[in-house]
Write a protein that binds this ligand. Structure first.
Ligand SMILES: [Zn+2]
Length: 62
């Protein structure tokens, strides 16, 4: 039998199945990290859109 448990979403240690994080500190750390990741993703998305717009304009000018 495999013991039912989850892993803390922040540090990965085993925790009871009804919890997402091992501690309040890990929960806050995870949220902070995710916010930073989201901002980074938006930045990359913005750059990608700029490149596409630039490409479309340069193609349409030919
Ligand atoms: Zn943790």
């Amino acid at each position: 039998m495999v013991e039912k448990h989850r892993h803390c979403l922040n540090c990965g240690i085993s925790i009871p199945p009804d919890q997402l994080f091992c501690s309040e500190k890990c929960r806050l750390e995870y949220i902070k990290r995710r916010k930073r990741m989201m901002r980074l993703n938006y930045m990359f998305l913005g750059i990608a859109i700029l490149i596409i717009i630039y490409y479309v304009i340069s193609v349409s000018l030919k």
